[in-house]
Ligand binder design. Structure first.
Ligand SMILES: *Cc1c(COP(=O)(O)O)cnc(C)c1O
Length: 485
């Protein structure tokens, strides 16, 4: 018996390493904070993209072992293998895809959420954490124009948020497996691929998918939507879902949200709006005007890790009718009987696929409380104006822009005096990315290769845009010579 006790106590001593004392905590914390501070203090000099030969391979020669290594060695591994190669999304020079954020105060929210480890999935377990998340959902509902009775979920990102929206639509419209091949979904050719993914994952992949024709600005043509709905009805099909974008990833286009909303209402379609990129522009006067109509949707997705500059790991889905969201995600289990739903606040676990989850609310609530909303508003307005500025200046140096920027994406290409246009712009992209001062990405529009300037990183300012313009000028000159032969 005493040998059992001895064994337990010996294991207790060994596992005690998981509980460092105040001095040990200070040592590791200081090392981590020092490293983070070095990074933040040099952020304006760090390249936006870094090609590396090794691509982080050094991690593989340091396997997980029975005994640990020092925090100093760990930071060296991170520095060399993780924080050096590839894209640096914390850089203001990140002008590709849809840039992310990484505001510092949010990292402190995560720090506290992880230290306290409150159970944010269920009201019974952490009423405060759940209230905080629901308060944020109501705040966002107000921005979108949803009623206070709307609900939603803080997710890991826009893709999962879209999935929750589509599963809710499927169940709200009672689409069962026997109905699938008679059910119709309408979406834009410019819909984000996470919508296609969500359609497949939610078992809707065998529905009839109607790819809606677009106008010259890559927006859904409402009359075409109505025509197709009528046509599908007349042949006995069941139109049940339309997906619109409030800021497409490719060009930042906003579909005619009000007109689509009216058609959805008239024909009883579930109306889902993907505003992962564009949604938070509603905080600005200009954005609010442009996004009018999104309040007509049944569900909507917005990404705080895009438009509120949070570190990656924050998306949101809002659903106007909490009953629909709950019907699609509620559960019962004997072992959860003590936590059975409280009347005071709905629990995330009843409204999403997750049970145990990261306390995501704190990384959003802390920055909003600390800074207030105004700096976020200003930063978004700044981005809209920077896009207008870039659109004007890039044409002055000889670039073509097929469309006016609606939000903060500007599609552009250079038409060289000699050589093939696509090939020239492909080389130009290569040169810009290799240079590393800024990072941009590309797309194909109507068969043409196009460069994309996407302005949403909170560290992107006038200087950054001027630097990109200077890089473009420099590289065009270089390539004009190369192409001249
Ligand atoms: C980024 C984006 C998504 C996907 O969101 P993630 O957070 O990357 O999962 C969906 N739709 C649009 C329009 C986006 O820009």
């Amino acid at each position: 018996m005493s040998s059992l006790k001895d064994k337990i106590l010996s294991l207790e001593r060994e596992s005690g390493r998981l509980e460092p004392g105040p001095l040990e905590r200070q040592e590791v914390r200081d090392a981590v904070v020092r490293y983070a501070e070095e990074f933040l203090n040099s952020i304006s000099e760090i390249r936006a993209f870094n090609f590396s030969e090794s691509n982080g391979i050094g991690l593989l020669s340091s396997p997980i072992t029975p005994d640990g290594i020092s925090i100093g060695e760990i930071i060296r591994l991170l520095e060399e293998n993780v924080n050096d190669p590839g894209l640096n999304p914390a850089s203001g020079g990140h002008l590709g895809y849809i840039p992310g954020g990484g505001i510092y105060s949010s990292s402190l929210g995560d720090y506290l959420a992880d230290v306290f480890n409150r159970y944010a999935g269920v009201f019974y377990a952490s009423p405060g954490a759940v209230r905080m998340e629901n308060l944020l959902i109501r705040w966002m509902s107000e921005i979108v124009g949803y009623p206070p009775s709307a609900s939603g979920n803080l997710t890991s990102g826009g893709s999962i948020a879209n999935l929750i929206g589509l599963v809710t639509a499927r169940d709200a419209k009672a689409i069962r497996s026997v109905d699938i091949n008679k059910s119709v979904i309408y979406l834009s050719q410019q819909a984000h691929h996470s919508i296609d993914k969500a359609i497949r994952i939610s078992g809707l992949g065998e529905c009839a998918l109607r790819s809606l024709p677009l106008d010259a600005n890559y927006r859904i043509i409402p009359a075409e939507l109505e025509r197709l709905v009528l046509e599908d009805r007349s042949i006995g099909l069941n139109p049940f879902l339309v997906v619109a974008s409030a800021g497409t990833t490719d060009v930042g286009a906003i579909d005619p949200l009000t007109e689509i909303g009216e058609i959805a209402k008239k024909y009883g379609l579930w109306y889902h709006v993907d505003a992962a990129y564009g949604g938070f522009f509603a905080l600005t006067d200009e954005g609010k005007e442009k996004l009018r109509g999104m309040e007509m949707s049944d569900s909507i997705v917005i990404d705080p890790h895009k438009g509120l500059f949070l570190p990656y790991g924050s998306g949101i889905v809002l659903v106007k009718d909490i009953g629909a969201l709950s019907n699609a995600h509620h559960y019962t289990a004997n072992y959860m009987q003590d936590a059975a739903s409280s009347a005071e606040e709905p629990s995330p676990a009843e409204l999403s696929p997750e049970l145990t989850k990261h306390f995501r609310g704190l990384r959003l609530w802390l920055p909003l409380k600390l800074h207030g909303v105004n700096p976020f508003k200003a930063c978004l307005s700044e981005k809209l104006l920077l896009a207008k500025y870039f659109h004007e200046k890039v044409r002055e140096i000889g670039f073509e822009c097929p469309i006016e920027p609606e939000l903060s994406v500007v599609v552009h290409r250079y038409v060289p005096t000699k050589g093939e246009v696509d090939q020239f712009n492909r080389r130009l992209l290569e040169e810009v990315v290799k240079d590393g001062r800024v990072f941009i990405s590309s797309t194909v529009l109507d068969g043409n290769f196009m460069l994309r300037f996407a302005c949403l990183a909170f560290r992107t300012h006038l200087d950054t845009v001027n630097m990109y313009l200077a890089v473009l000028k420099e590289k065009v000159k270089l390539l004009e010579n190369e192409f001249r032969g």
